[in-house]
Design a binder for this molecule. Structure first.
Ligand code: TRP
Length: 336
């Protein structure tokens, strides 16, 4: 039986945080360990460069940080192929072919890209490479004939654009490419907010807890978390919805009954923020401690980390080059 093929990726622009962990990493390990899939996990350094061209050092450094985070959470290079986007030249060729199948107005309509352009104040100075990154993302996915792409909600427009490209390509040149499906993990509760309660955990907002944070740093961050601003005295009834501490408990605590009890108590009044935060701290520390330990072991052997990436990239390249040959044949430019 042919295994289903999964491709996912992250831009290396910094260390990964708990938002990544809850939103995707945890799920990737679970999928990997079922043994039911061929998993490709790509570090999208070239995509990261589309808005960091003047700061390649950040991307170089983050490549290793992200790989360490992967290995630490349990992505296993003997089960998943971890590779680096920029090392797969074939992706660039596929991108060029696909660009001919996409209009500029379609690129301008991608809602995620539009949002990112606004956030970066790019309005009048969009790097062309940035505008077309959804097309290069279609190359990432189709090069491996991935049928499943586990992503967060913000990536759905990319998958949609990839599907369009595949349909257009196949209708013109014959059935070569596989139409991918997005796989939004069913156990996500949407996005994990930052410790300040803001919708998104991000480095620029300074509200993230990193997978690699030391225990005392994590404690400090948890103890400073945004809760219910109207819950002033311990005896006051408190609000659970939108209360960061409870959102995190929902995401991390395996003892669901305990969470229900704590919520009830908090809503009734008589349960202080400090107490809930201490409990959350215990839960998160227990989950992250073994991860941090593993990470520090891998940190001692950066040569090994590069070796993982090199071997993974070699494997990925074989697959991508096979697809690219088929694409060239289908277009009719494999002349010799
Ligand atoms: N755009 C993704 C992000 O910002 C990273 C990415 C690049 C990706 N290529 C991909 C994700 C292919 C899934 C499939 O996180």
């Amino acid at each position: 039986m042919n295994k289903e093929i999964i491709l996912t990726g992250d831009r290396p622009t910094g260390k990964l945080h708990l938002g990544h962990y809850i939103g995707s990493l945890r799920n990737r390990v679970k999928l990997q360990d079922t043994g039911k899939y061929d998993s490709f996990i790509m570090i999208a350094d070239q995509q990261a460069l589309t808005d960091n061209a003047r700061n390649p050092e950040k991307i170089r450094k983050s490549l290793i940080e992200v790989t360490l985070d992967y290995l630490a959470v349990g992505i296993d290079p003997t089960k998943s192929t971890i590779f680096v986007q920029s090392q797969i030249q074939e992706l660039n060729e596929l991108t060029m072919h696909y660009l001919n199948l996409v209009t500029v107005s379609r690129l301008n309509r991608n809602p995620t890209v539009k949002e990112e352009i606004k956030l970066r104040n790019f309005e009048n100075s969009i790097p062309a490479g940035f505008l077309i990154y959804p097309v290069s993302q279609a190359a990432d996915i189709t090069a491996f004939k991935a049928n499943l792409v586990p992503v967060g909600e913000d990536q759905l427009p990319m998958i949609e654009q990839s599907r369009e490209i595949v349909r257009t390509f196949n209708s013109i040149y014959g059935n070569v490419l596989v139409e991918p499906k997005a796989m939004v993990p069913e156990d996500t509760l949407g996005r994990l907010p930052g410790i300040d309660g803001k919708a998104k955990m991000s480095k620029s907002l300074g509200n993230a807890i990193y997978i690699s944070d030391e225990a005392d740093v994590i404690t400090k961050k948890i103890m400073s978390m945004y809760t219910d601003p109207n819950h002033i005295r311990v005896s006051d009834p408190g609000k659970v919805e939108g209360n960061t501490v409870f959102v995190y408990l929902d995401a991390f605590c395996k003892d669901k009954e305990q969470v229900i009890n704590l919520k009830e108590h908090y809503k009734r009044g008589g349960l202080g923020d400090v107490k809930v935060k201490r409990y959350l701290n215990e839960v998160i520390q227990a989950e992250l401690e073994p991860i941090r330990k593993r990470r520090s072991e891998f940190e001692k052997d950066i040569d090994y980390v590069y070796k993982v990436l090199k071997e993974g990239s070699g494997k990925a390249r074989e697959v991508a080059s096979k697809t690219t040959k088929e694409v060239r044949e289908a277009i009719g430019i494999e002349y010799f």
